[in-house]
Design a protein around this ligand. Sequence first.
Ligand code: THU
Length: 130
Amino acid sequence: MSHDLFEAATAAMAKAYAPYSKFPVGAALRTEDGRVYTGCNIEVASYPEGWCAETTALGHYVMGGGGRITEIAVVAERMARITPCGGCRQRLAEFAGADAKLYLCDETGIVETVTIGAMLPYGFEGGVLK
Ligand code: THU
């Protein structure tokens, strides 16, 4: 079942716009009701203006109505077992609970399963701001 999320992330990676780094990344996340949202990284000639695959997927997730995220898969063409960057860990933790599963993938499938909580220990939480 989780392999289909890897496949969705891989399909998203094929759409990556990464002409500068040539480092395509794909991400896919699933909500508890079974919806799947995907994203690729999108680069910009002014390098800091580009953004990550996870961020694209989260944008689709928010526009699709949100909900409880149960699983996330990330894959990169040129790196086995990619882990989300620090900023994306924070963005994922904004919407996914600490117990959400994060699948780290290579080109064949899921290599390791961790949790969002394990990926961002002692992360800043926004509750105090509300
Ligand atoms: N990238 C992602 O899409 N997700 C990550 O978690 C790490 C990095 C992208 C950003 C940039 O387009 C390329 O990988 C090289 O840093």
